[in-house]
Design a protein. Sequence first.
Length: 377
Amino acid sequence: MDAIVVRRGESSPEIAELPRPDPGPGEVLVRTLRVGVDGTDREVLAGSHGGFPPGEDRLVLGHEAVGVVAEANGTTFEEGDVVAPTVRGPPAAGTDASAADTNEYFARGEPDMAPPDACVERGIDGAHGFMAEYFTSPAEYLVPVPDDLTEWGFLLEPASIAEKALEHASASRSAFDWEPESALVLGNGSLGLLTLAMLDAREYDRLYCLGRRDRPDPTIDFVEALGATYLDSRRTPVPEIPDAHEPMDLVYEATGHAKHAVECVDALAPNGVAALLGVPDSWTFEVDGGHFHEELVMTNKALVGSVNSNVSHFEAAIETLGELPKRLLADLVTGVYGLDEFEAAFGDDTQAGSASDESQSRHDETAIKTAVQLSGT
Ligand code: NAP
Ligand code: BGC
Ligand code: ZN
C-alpha cells in the first residue's frame, strides 16, 4: 500500500510502498479516507518536534484521520463503520515507560494527561501515523463518526484539541460565577480558525483573532465572515490589545510564538483565563517577572497549558462539529488532494524557519486547512 512518510535527514514528505498492516488482538484494520495536515506536521517535517519510531529511519505522517473499518477483527466495531482514531498510545513494549504502573493514564482513558515520556503520538512522535491507505488501531482508540460527518471527520482531532483546552480553561474558572463575553484567538492557522468557529457557536459576544498577514488573505476573510475582528500583531502587539480594543475574558494561544505565552496575561480582563496550545521552539527573551507575577495574583488570572485530547473530547467535538454550518467547514478546508498530488497538502514552504521569527511564514498563504484523500467512501 502507499503511505506518505518522512525519512530521517529529509524535510519533505514522500510516498513509500509499505506492506498492509495486520491487526493484532483487539485491533481494527481501518481503510483510510482522509488525513488532515496542521502546523505540527510541518514541525515534524522541519525536525523541530516529534521523532521516529524506535530503530526506524522513516515515519508515516498524519495524525488527523477518518477512515472506514475494513476488518473489525472480533471487536465491537462492524465493517463499514466510519471511525476517527485518537493520537496517543503507550510506548512500545519493552521500554521502561510501557510498564503498567507508568501507564495509569491509558488505564484511566486519559492518555492526553500522560507526560511525554509515558506515551507515543502517532504520526508525530515515536509511532507511525495514519497517512497510509490502511492503518491499524486498538479498538478503544477509535471513535465512531456519524455518517453526516464522514467528509469532515478528519477535523474531529483538531476540534477535540480545542474542546480539551476550553474544558480545562473553564474548569479553572469554575470556583466562581464566570460569564465570559469576549475571546481572543492568537493565531490564524487552521487550529486557531477552527477554534474561532467553535467559540462563535458558543455565543461569545465579541471574538477577535490575531495574525500577521496583509489583506487580501483567506484567513482574514474567514475571521471577518464569522463577524470577528482581525488584529495584526505587527500593528497591535498583544499587550496593547486591551487599550486598542478591550480586555479579554478568554485568550486561546495557537501561534507557537513563545512571547505570547507571557504577553497574553496582559491581554486578559481581571478573572480571565488564557489557554496555551502552541508548541514553541526554544527561545530566550526578557520578561518583567514581577509584573507577570503580580498581574496573575492581583487580578485572579489563570494560565492553562493543554496538549492532546482523549475520547471524551472527540465525542464533544462530534457534537460541536455536527452543529457548525457545513458551509463554514467548507470555507475552512481550502484543499483536499489525492495521493498523486499530496505535496500540495503540505504547502510549498515546509522547510521554512521557526515560529519565533516574526519575519518567517511557514504557510502556503492561499490555504487554510488541507488534507490528503487516501481512498473514497
Ligand atoms: P499553524 O498553521 O502553523 O498556525 C500558526 C499561526 O500563527 C500561523 O497562521 C501564523 O501566521 C500565526 N503566527 C505565528 N506567529 C505569530 C505572531 N507573532 N503574530 C501573529 N500570528 C502569528 O499551526 P496550527 O496547526 O494552527 O497550530 C497552532 C499551534 O498549535 C502550533 O504551534 C502547533 O504546534 C500547536 N498545536 C498544539 C496542539 C496541542 O495539543 N497543544 C494541537 C495542535 C496544534 P503565518 O501563517 O502568517 O505565519
Ligand atoms: C496534535 C496532538 C499532539 C500535539 C503535540 C498536535 O498537533 O494534534 O494530538 O498531542 O500536536 O505533539
Ligand atoms: Zn495536530
